[in-house]
Design a protein around this ligand. Structure first.
Ligand code: KG4
Ligand code: ZN
Length: 335
């Protein structure tokens, strides 16, 4: 018998619902992105995000069920992201999931957002099983996670300051690309020379798998200011390519070193920044050189989505994890 999960995600600015069967098969994956709204403000405005989630959450749930051609009888459990994220945004998804679980008498399963990002890798890679090392890099998080089994995780490294996606967004804004900047830098960098400007790569002596992006971000801003003061023309493509390469070098080096140190044969990438073409290529090359099998999800499963929450929710459900109707949103939820 198969196990069908209805999943809900609303931790930031995507209102999403999905139907996932047996933790791998995505029957539907509905994402309402609020990005056009937040663009006007140069970043996500939490209050606007919460209000939009309230407006959209029932629609996306209904659409996910319709598109998957399932009935409530087919659904075994309701999975929902309960942290980390914006508290008001999370509360909308959690409340909707609790209401559905109560009304339809379904078990409720809380899911950690980062565990969801990691689980996105299982969707298109049937051969991928733990243990493996996973670099989760998004707008809100940058964590290097050892995935011991489907529900056991160890944080091996983390950012000391900005998340990788945050650095992309801030640099994009500084060179006038607008928000969200990651994909725009990715595109512009293809026209630039990644060796044109040397930006710093920060490696921590006391915690060898931690990383930091605030020094890099400041170096880019200083470079731009310097050019302006000297009335020097700025080659934005070179700035984008050189900055991107600095991020890629740090993420790749830390991930591969950690995977080797933990005796992993597999390395995976996850989160919004995992869409970055240069990061994928670079990690693929270095991982192959080091004898590691390398995995990453399609862009649609890198960005925030509910299918990944359905996959992680399936594994929690199979492990017997259940939550009560007192499940709360936890903005700083730890893995
Ligand atoms: O996972 P995600 O959709 O949301 C969070 O959980 O934060 O990640 C969004 C982040 C943004 O900072 C965005 O600029 C970045 O992922 N991003 C990229 C690319 N596409 C999205 N960064 C670099 N290269 C890309 N192609
Ligand atoms: Zn995310």
């Amino acid at each position: 018998m198969s196990t069908t999960i209805l999943s809900i995600e609303s931790s930031c600015d995507e209102t999403a619902a999905a139907i996932v069967v047996d933790g791998r098969e995505v029957k539907s994956n509905i994402i309402y992105s609020q990005i056009e709204l937040h663009k006007l403000y140069g970043g996500v405005v939490p209050e606007i995000a919460s209000r939009k989630h309230v407006e959209k959450v029932n629609q996306v749930i209904r659409a996910a069920i319709e598109e998957a051609h399932v009935t409530w009888d087919d659904i075994n459990a309701v999975a929902v992201t309960y942290g980390p994220g914006l508290v008001g945004a999370l509360l909308v998804g959690v409340s909707a999931a609790k209401a559905v679980a109560y009304a339809k008498k379904k078990p409720l399963v809380g899911v950690h957002h980062i565990e969801g990002h990691i689980a996105a890798n299982y969707i298109e890679h049937p051969d991928l099983e733990p243990p493996f090392m996973c670099m989760v890099a998004s707008g809100g998080h940058s964590h290097l996670v050892y995935v011991k089994d489907y529900t056991t995780f160890e944080i091996v490294g983390r950012t000391r300051d900005d998340a990788a996606g945050e650095a992309f967004d801030k640099v994009a804004r500084a060179i006038g690309l607008g928000y969200p900047g990651g994909s725009k830098i990715d595109k512009l960098a293809k026209e630039g020379n990644k060796e044109a400007i040397h930006f710093p790569r920060a490696f921590m002596e006391d915690a060898p798998y931690d990383f930091s992006f605030s020094g890099l971000k400041s170096a880019v801003l200083n470079y731009l200011n310097g050019c302006e003061m000297k009335h020097q023309e700025i080659n934005r493509a070179d700035v984008a390519a050189s900055f991107q390469q600095a991020v890629v070098d740090v993420l790749t080096d830390n991930s591969v070193r950690a995977a080797k140190a933990y005796g992993c044969k597999k390395l995976a990438l996850a989160g919004g920044v995992a869409s970055n073409s240069s990061l994928r290529e670079n990690m693929q090359r270095v991982a192959s050189e080091q004898g590691l099998q390398f995995y990453y999800p399609s862009p649609i499963f890198c960005t925030d989505n509910a299918a990944m929450i359905g996959v992680a929710g399936y594994h929690n459900y199979m492990a017997g994890i259940r939550d009560g109707l007192d499940l709360n949103a936890i903005p700083n939820l730890k893995i």
